[in-house]
Design a protein around this ligand. Structure first.
Ligand SMILES: *[C@@H]1O[C@H](CO)[C@@H](O)[C@H](O)[C@H]1NC(C)=O
Ligand SMILES: *[C@@H]1O[C@H](CO)[C@@H](O)[C@H](O)[C@H]1NC(C)=O
Ligand SMILES: *[C@@H]1O[C@H](CO)[C@@H](O)[C@H](O)[C@H]1NC(C)=O
Ligand SMILES: *[C@@H]1O[C@H](CO)[C@@H](O)[C@H](O)[C@H]1NC(C)=O
Length: 308
């Protein structure tokens, strides 16, 4: 019993530390999308932002709602608004040879979540009642979930003799690493393999600048053209599969629970994360632009332009 309670406390501690660690990563992805959308079609960007802002008063956002809204889905968990928690990941199993047992499937997952948000945002018939809540919510979760699906440990879970019920996407997989708040594999990867620090919303002016600089340097490392073949893939199921493969080959690789994280591991991991952030940002920009083009008719655009 004591053991069970201890395990429970440990699990809760791990989960809570993983809740919003990735906030910097999420905001880097949404900042990349922000830069790209503004450049490609500022009118459509403004319409999306206007929808997003409808729920601003139910968030911590102040000056940069679009970018900050990428972490709203995590902030909601901190007020026990947890009904959507399963949307943040897919427990596709990485199975070690010593595992025996059964793996339960998860009816709702990150792929499902993205597809549902896309369905809501693609619905363009005249609504029976004001649909602003549905739109704002869906843009916000889309910003977040397209980030999550690019984090390999949000697309995989290890099953082994040590983790008969799975390692919760690396949350239970302890590592020997110098940063105390990155003592499990999930937190290390949520923190972009210990890059970019931990920045929270609301963004101060300096933090806004930092996020911009991170986004910029990542776009320089991986310009759109250099990853175009990946960016062209629009099916979230393939995004999840790519992340899963990355988890198997790079994240778990031949690492054992309790192992020391080596400089070589960090180097390979950071490279992989940076490419994921770039690709995630470009894909997010394209998905939003595509949805907005279908959503906002010429007449709505004209109306909005006149009223602003
Ligand atoms: C996610 O859930 C859907 C619907 O239940 C399922 O078809 C799909 O295989 C799952 N995807 C992953 C990556 O687990
Ligand atoms: C829907 O509700 C929002 C929030 O009150 C409001 O800003 C918007 O103008 C409404 N839209 C319509 C079409 O009435
Ligand atoms: C928002 O912008 C104003 C004006 O630049 C600034 O004074 C304020 O500190 C900003 N808010 C936050 C949370 O940084
Ligand atoms: C932005 O998108 C709208 C709707 O598709 C289109 O009418 C407009 O010409 C586009 N603007 C630019 C600058 O491409």
């Amino acid at each position: 019993m004591k053991g069970a309670i201890f395990t429970l406390i440990l699990v809760l501690a791990c989960i809570s530390s993983s809740y919003a660690f990735w906030s910097t990563g999420h905001m880097i992805i949404s900042r990349i999308a922000y830069e790209q959308l503004k450049e490609k079609n500022e009118t459509l960007y403004n319409l999306i932002e206007e929808d997003i802002k409808l729920l601003q008063e139910f968030s911590v956002e102040v000056n940069h709602s679009f970018v900050e809204a990428a972490i709203w889905a995590d902030d909601n968990k901190e007020i026990a608004f947890n009904q959507f928690t399963e949307w943040h990941y897919a427990n596709t199993p990485v199975i070690l040879p010593d595992f025996e047992g059964e793996i339960l499937s998860q009816p709702q997952n990150v792929t499902w979540g993205i597809n549902e948000m896309v369905k809501t945002l693609s619905y363009t018939k005249t609504p029976k009642f004001n649909n602003s809540l549905a739109l704002s919510f869906s843009w916000r979760y889309l910003l977040h979930l397209i980030g999550d699906i690019h984090q390999p440990l949000h697309a995989s879970t290890m099953f082994s003799a040590q983790f008969p019920d799975g390692d919760m996407g690396g949350n239970l997989f302890m590592i020997d690493y110098e940063a105390e708040d990155m003592n499990n594999l999930h937190s290390l990867w949520d923190a972009s393999v210990d890059q970019y620090g931990s920045i929270w919303a609301p963004l101060s002016d300096d933090e806004w600048t930092s996020i911009g600089e991170f986004a910029d340097s990542i776009m320089k490392m991986y310009p759109r053209e250099s990853v175009q073949a990946r960016v062209d893939i629009t099916d979230p199921r393939v995004w999840a599969k790519e992340s899963f493969n990355l988890a198997k080959e790079v994240v778990y690789s031949d690492l054992k629970s309790g192992d020391k994280i080596t400089p070589e591991y960090l180097k390979i991991g950071r490279k992989a994360v940076n490419e994921q952030l770039a690709v995630g940002g470009y894909r997010l920009a394209d998905a939003l632009l595509n949805l907005a083009q279908k959503r906002y008719s010429e007449s709505i655009i004209k109306q909005k332009l006149q009223s602003s």
